[in-house]
Design a protein around this ligand. Sequence first.
Ligand code: FES
Length: 91
Amino acid sequence: MARITVRNEGASFEMPDNAPFIDYARDNTSIMFGCMKGECGICIITIVKGKENLNPPVHEEWLKLQKMGATPGQRLACQLWVKKGEIEIEY
Ligand code: FES
């Protein structure tokens, strides 16, 4: 099991290893989701800790983040797969 801490909500939840983040974030956080395809950018979050426990961004996500002027720690939550371990985010 992986543990996700949502810093700005002061909450955390567990989810299975090697699973899509969105499947658990929708029930356990108030992160806004829109297109769920990495296109609208509404789900941008900051990875505070544990980026090594996530899938790396694919080229399309990287391009979208660049266009949005994202900082290096930011990702699109709808594009995340959690590998394992501890991850801390804020949004
Ligand atoms: S929900 Fe649209 S980019 Fe994530």
